[in-house]
Design a protein around this ligand. Structure first.
Ligand SMILES: C[S@@+](CC[C@H](N)C(=O)[O-])C[C@H]1O[C@@H](n2cnc3c(N)ncnc32)[C@H](O)[C@@H]1O
Length: 282
């Protein structure tokens, strides 16, 4: 088991919002109330907003733009023409579309407009954003920032979605050669057929999950409405204050990150990240 060497005590901080003056006058003129952007509300309600500052070290995790949907940089979002409806029967009580749901078995999320179980369908986790709320970004020992469970997570649970910019392999390689030339950390995940999720500047908290050789999580690719959603799922029961890891070997886009020294700390550690490097790195 990996337990995160917790070195931070994070206290809730007083939380205030201030609005730029010109924004205030625009709202006054329109007679509209000020509303926080959705992503800030989600962060605030889940308590995660308070977890960003590590007062014991006065360091903050690297900044990035938190997005609620993948950003398709080089093409339009694909829309599915025909949504495959499953053959589940609406349950008399409880929820529908369990383990025997045809869609679920094929890693397809049911569509609310066609699913026979309607609102009782339990196979719409990405759409309904049924993610784990109790996650914290923390400074690990030797792996940079990582994610720790602040609540018990049962095996099979969808923890979070790996989001970012969807770009082609070619653009990714180009970014690696140019904008990310001096980067130490890589935030890429294979998306689908020649495309990559780049979470370097935009993404979700999943970007902070480190590689582990004996992981407690894995990535699953689910299809919904014409596009894919990459979810981080619990491969086993995960106790509170345990760091989350998945094995980059299966999902890391093939970059220079391969061959980075691994410091996951597990007894079966392979010693490097991703695939074995074909030539020794400097
Ligand atoms: C997707 S990022 C993970 C978050 C990152 N630790 C951070 O501070 O932002 C992947 C990078 O984290 C570091 N990393 C991830 N797993 C590691 C491990 N097991 N040992 C050492 N470094 C690791 C590597 O620099 C890798 O390129």
């Amino acid at each position: 088991m990996h337990s995160g060497g917790v070195n931070s005590i994070v206290e809730p901080v007083p939380f205030t919002f201030s609005l730029p003056l010109h924004q205030g006058s625009i709202l006054l003129n329109l007679e509209r109330d000020f509303e926080l952007p959705l992503d800030i509300i989600e962060e605030y309600e889940s308590g995660r907003l308070f977890g960003w500052t590590d007062y014991s070290t006065s360091k903050k995790p690297p900044r990035y733009i938190r997005i609620l949907h993948n950003a398709y940089v080089e093409r339009k979002v694909r829309k599915e023409e025909h949504n495959a409806a499953c053959h589940c029967l609406p349950p008399a009580n409880g929820v529908g579309c369990g383990d025997d749901c045809l869609n679920r078995m094929m890693f397809i999320e049911c569509d609310p407009s066609t699913c026979p179980c309607g609102e009782l369908c339990s196979n719409q986790r990405f759409r309904k954003r049924q993610f784990v709320k109790g996650l914290k970004v923390y400074l690990t020992e030797g792996r940079g920032w990582g994610i720790m469970a602040k609540e018990f997570i049962q095996q099979g649970t969808l923890i979070t979605e790996y989001r970012g910019e969807i770009i082609s392999d070619k653009t990714c390689q180009e970014r690696i050669r140019t904008v990310y030339k001096h980067q130490k950390n890589f935030y890429f995940l294979d998306y689908h057929k020649g495309e990559v999720i780049d979470a370097c500047s935009k993404g979700s908290e999943a970007r902070f999950i480190n590689h582990g050789c004996d992981p407690n999580c894995h990535i699953e690719k689910w299809s919904r409405g014409g596009e894919f959603h990459l979810g981080v799922f619990a491969s086993k029961d995960i106790l509170v204050d345990t760091e989350l890891f998945y094995d980059y070997n299966f999902s890391l886009f093939d970059t220079e990150a391969i061959g980075q020294e691994c410091r996951c700390g597990s007894s079966n550690c392979r010693g490097f990240l991703g695939k074995r490097p074909s030539h020794p790195r400097k």
